[in-house]
Design a protein around this ligand. Structure first.
Ligand SMILES: [Fe+2]
Length: 301
């Protein structure tokens, strides 16, 4: 398996009924900043180098429009295009210039469960990237619900070169040194479970949690520390019931990392994380974690 074609999870495009309200929340409370605005869409960046990590587009209903992966270069995009087609992607555009702020060269496709993905290289990067207290650096992982956990992970491994990191209730996969960039959670349909934003340490997670509480978004699960990935977490239900996470201290792994199986990650009775201090996930959050689906059709900006 040639590794290194995909270098990271660049971010997501969301469809939302009220872009202005989401943009206000994601800047003033969540603390991303505006990188660009065009045609009613707002492009938000973290403190990292990616031109934007979260794009908000006007749509009638909330939905996930695209998961965006960064490729190493144009050749990697072309190689991945061949691999995705060979793996039987139901829909697949040809690689072309990306007509959105940040630009680049890439293509859109759907995976076997209809998730819409884009692979992009050569897009603009910020020269002022640096971790800042109390601001998200970037999106570090997505968790996706699937009725076919192993098959879903299998496509990402075969077509995109991801590696399995761990199996608990979830299947964790990675494309770089972070323990996971994507995880598959058992579910009745192919929906979004949550989006995790990386913060600059535990103090920033806590400060963010306080600001979210002030803004009417109490912690729905956490603060805790996950087993797989060893990351500190706090989960919230954001606007339109998108579930969002502040996280920090994601474990860095290399090729020597040993994949562990579910029984190795079992917590003691009554615990839902390594510390055992947090109550279990709220019913409100668990309901929200089934609500956001993928918009039909390839995303073409
Ligand atoms: Fe997470």
């Amino acid at each position: 398996m040639p590794a290194g074609l995909i270098t990271g999870l660049r971010g997501v495009d969301l469809g939302v009924p009220d872009v202005a309200a989401h943009a206000r929340f994601y800047t003033e409370v969540w603390r991303l900043s505006v990188a660009a605005e065009r045609g009613g869409s707002v492009y938000l960046r973290g403190t990292g180098a990616y031109h934007h990590v979260l794009a908000l587009h006007p749509r009638e209903r909330p939905g996930l429009l695209s998961i965006n992966l960064a490729a190493a270069d144009r050749k990697a995009v072309d190689d991945l295009h061949r691999r995705v087609k060979a793996a039987g992607a139901p829909q697949c555009d040809a690689p072309a210039a990306v007509a959105e702020p940040g630009g680049g060269y890439g293509f859109a496709f759907t995976d076997p469960e209809g998730r819409v993905l884009r692979i992009i290289a050569g897009d603009a990067r910020h020269a002022d990237a640096r971790a800042q207290p109390d601001r998200p650096l970037r999106i570090t992982h997505l968790v996706l619900n699937t009725p076919q956990q192993e098959a879903a992970a299998g496509f990402w491994v075969k077509a995109l070169g991801f590696e399995i990191s761990d199996r608990s209730l979830l299947t964790f996969i990675r494309c770089n040194e972070d323990h996971h960039n994507i995880a598959f959670h058992p579910g009745e349909s192919s929906t979004l479970h949550h989006i995790a934003f990386e913060m600059d340490g535990i103090d920033s997670v806590m400060r963010g949690a306080g600001r979210m509480r002030d803004a009417g978004h109490p912690i729905e699960w956490g603060v805790g520390r996950h087993g797989p990935g060893n990351n500190v977490f706090a989960y919230f239900v954001g606007p339109d019931d998108f579930v969002i996470e502040y996280t920090a201290e994601v474990e860095k792994v290399d090729a020597s990392y040993r994949v562990r199986e579910p029984k190795e990650w079992a917590y003691p009775p009554g615990h839902s994380d390594l510390w055992g201090a947090t109550p279990p996930p709220s019913e409100r959050m668990k309901a929200a974690q089934k609500k956001i689906g993928f918009a039909a059709g390839l995303f073409r900006p």
